[in-house]
Design a protein around this ligand. Sequence first.
Ligand SMILES: *Cc1c(COP(=O)(O)O)cnc(C)c1O
Length: 361
Amino acid sequence: MPFRNRYTGLIDKYRDRLPVHDDTRVISLGEGNTPLIRLNNIPATLGRDVDIYVKYEGLNPTGSFKDRGMTMAVTKAVEEGSKAIICASTGNTSAAAAAYAARAGIAAFVLIPEGKIAMGKLAQAMIHGAVVIQIKGNFDAGMQIVKDVAAHAPVTIVNSINPYRLQGQKTAAFEIVEELGAAPDYHCLPVGNAGNITAHWMGYSEYHENGIVNNRPRMVGYQASGSAPFLRGHMVDNPETVATAIRIGHPQSWDKAWKVREESEGWFDECSDEEILAAQKQLTEKEGVFCEPASATSLAGAMRDIKSGKIPEGSKIVCTLTGNGLKDPETAIRQCENSGVMVTVEATMDAVKGAILDNME
Ligand SMILES: *Cc1c(COP(=O)(O)O)cnc(C)c1O
């Protein structure tokens, strides 16, 4: 059977490293196994000799890394007899919860901050049939309500405080190690609730403890300046950023993430919205990779730390691109307005020819 090598999702692939049994009914959409793309053009613009890879998590089934955690969380919820899941979300968790709940045949309730969620994510939550509850408050308020509701009703929380989420998400580190043959020197991530940076460290550490690799990366977490509790050293009450996926002032994995920083000898830093958007655009224009704004925070921070020499020459760096650029078409289009890339002309050969000639270098 020469063609039998079907990829069926990360639970099947990493079964012996995840809390599932032989007879567990796996709820999967074929998540994981995402591309690790080596950047060809951006390193040269930095004037430094470094190897940068981006882990394009936007190619998961619902377009973000949340699928890695959601396949595990929903699989376990179903195994434990749950008929409904609930989450607070800045968007991507609600999209993943809605899709995996549909796949499992259970209900999903999602709380989202009114007006502060990217259009693609809202479309996903709605079309998959989740009950979408918009609250007149931010993610942090929604998270508190979800915890209170779950304490009184038979619903399973699928935010990253659900330990199965981190179990699923640690597999991204496994994939990187398998592809590079070792852990990178630095692993850069955008940080919101800090579940993902925690999960990656768990994955690297597990492979290290089992003798599969003998190195672990320094973990570097970047936040948006207007939403940067790890930089302020305390919770932030009114977080603001264009990167809505990380518009979180009260991170749920606060203690865990500080421990990751300490154990990995990494650091936290912040990026302005301008830096984030510039990195998003550079990645699309110079490398052909389209991620959402929050995702570009990892590259924005890494580029700055490479230029300054904080990340030294000769380093191998992985930046996680957490979500797909198509999630937030409005921000992408806004980035290109007045850039001259779109012109409107008469529907004639001459007019189109003129537009082409005008725009040739
Ligand atoms: C959820 C999310 C993050 C933040 O991940 P945390 O685990 O909350 O730190 C970053 N980027 C995108 C696109 C996300 O959906």
